[in-house]
Design a protein around this ligand. Structure first.
Ligand SMILES: [Zn+2]
Length: 463
């Protein structure tokens, strides 16, 4: 708003322009991310509704001002469309809602350290590779995030939840730049800095600068008061949720204070909790989602189901991931190779039973990529899309996988009124694949059409 603001003299002169000229300026300065004032008709051979599993064939979606207006058979929808409507015909393709990655790290692009480096410079869970990111320039990292965000969108992820490792405000700034139309990328829910306790997560930093470095990446909590303050500090930087990393080192009163303060500010709390003890603390504190949840017990799944707590599965590492990203770039000793192969096998068995227990429990679940690694030969979007095959290998049916990154993920984010389904009133975020994703889940790794906000981001299919 220009009116009502006291401007310094020079600026006043600048604005002392004829009103008509100002109006032209304002009209042309509309950010391009604003929903285009256009109507578009998208036609495709099939449209999959993940909620019901129903397939509409053939299908059409009418889009107006960036939102879905009508979904139905082409003849019916076309009858309601204005004459001469812009039509995109995707042939026999299958339309789906835009995909949601509920756990990612867009400002992190870790290169696996060599065997020797890991062994000799170990510094807690953080190992040296993640440490490098913290000491990098925040400007450099946010530009990295801009690239990875675009790559995610090009692979069909129209919304992502960024849960830490973004400097102080990198993910919020990236979100705002995308929303303002300065950059092309997915909708971002930004968590700002991760809340941690000093302890095993990161160790052995230079004492002279340790605190300063840590403040670039984390909010350290050591009491309920500090926990509440950390939430407020993140709120100051405009976050959409609070992320806490729990490794058995944050007490129940501290985590309760986080949840209480976050909920008071209408923010959800996502808790990194891999082991049973930290999962228990997260449940008792009233967390909204447990991230990873590797060692969750059946009893905990039951409580989570009853309380409506989500488990956000991160299947990136399930199918020999580290071997796949390491082998092309680092030389491995035969001993490490066989250790990795053995642990890949053990993990395959473990995740198969983990997946079955989750499905059987009836707990709400979503899936996120947790992608923060450089994957040789793949863009960030392609790397993140490897989770679909991993979930399928672990025995999850295709429809459940698709729900985990559409309808269920939207509910996890608290955005079920906006995204996750192709329904009237929702954002026109659509993807299309050439084949049938239920029969062949790998189709989701080959998204051929992406629309966000009614704008075509990618179309390898038709006209
Ligand atoms: Zn993560």
């Amino acid at each position: 708003m220009i009116s009502g603001v006291k401007l310094p003299n020079q600026s006043r002169r600048l604005f002392a322009l004829p009103a008509a000229f100002l109006l032209i300026l304002l009209a042309t300065a509309q950010p391009s991310a604003l929903s285009p004032e256009v109507v578009t008709l998208v036609k495709a051979g099939r449209l999959l509704d993940p909620r019901t599993g129903n397939v509409l064939s053939p299908a059409a979606v009418l889009i107006e001002n960036g939102r879905v207006k009508e979904v139905g058979s082409p003849s019916r929808v076309q009858a309601d469309a204005p004459a001469g409507v812009k039509t995109i015909d995707l042939g026999n393709a299958t339309l789906l809602p835009g995909l949601i990655d509920s756990h990612t790290h867009l400002l992190l692009d870790v290169i696996v350290p060599t065997e020797v480096e890991s062994a000799r410079r170990f510094n807690g869970d953080f190992v040296p590779d993640l440490l490098l990111a913290i000491v990098e320039s925040p400007s450099k990292r946010v530009l990295l995030g801009a690239q990875l965000a675009r790559e995610d969108l090009e692979s069909g992820f129209t919304t992502v939840r960024n849960v830490g490792h973004s400097g102080i405000d990198g993910d919020a700034a990236l979100r705002d730049a995308i929303n303002a139309g300065r950059l092309t990328g997915p909708r971002i829910l930004a968590s700002g800095r991760k809340l941690i306790a000093l302890g095993s997560y990161i160790q052995s930093l230079n004492p002279a600068v340790a605190e300063t470095i840590l403040r670039q990446e984390f909010l350290v909590i050591d009491s309920p008061d500090r926990a509440r303050q950390a939430v407020r500090q993140n709120v100051f930087y405009g976050v959409d949720l609070i992320k806490v990393a729990l490794n058995d080192d944050i007490s129940l009163p501290e985590l309760k204070a986080v949840v209480e303060e976050a909920h008071r500010q209408h923010l959800k709390v996502a808790v990194h909790a891999p082991d049973a003890a930290s999962i228990q603390t997260a449940i008792e504190a009233g967390a909204d989602s447990i991230e990873h949840g590797n060692d969750v017990t059946d009893e905990q799944l039951k409580i989570m189901r009853d309380k409506g707590i989500f488990i956000d599965i991160t299947p990136t590492f399930w199918s020999g991931f580290f071997s796949k990203i390491s082998q092309p770039i680092i030389v491995m000793s035969p001993a490490l190779k066989s250790r990795l192969a053995a642990s890949d096998d053990r993990r395959r068995q473990r995740v198969a039973s983990f997946t079955q227990r989750i499905l059987k429990s009836g707990v709400k679940f979503a899936a996120g990529s947790d992608m923060c690694w450089f994957y040789p030969g793949k863009t960030r979007g392609q790397a993140s899309a490897t989770i679909f095959a991993n979930l399928h290998d672990a025995g999850m049916p295709s429809l459940d996988i698709i729900r985990a990154v559409t309808t269920s993920a939207a509910e996890l984010l608290g955005w079920q009124d906006r995204i996750g389904a192709i329904e009237p009133g929702k954002f026109a975020d659509l993807v299309a694949v050439a084949g049938d994703p239920i029969a062949e889940i790998a189709e989701l790794e080959r998204v051929r059409f992406v629309m966000k906000d009614g704008r075509v981001i990618r179309n390898d299919l038709g006209h």
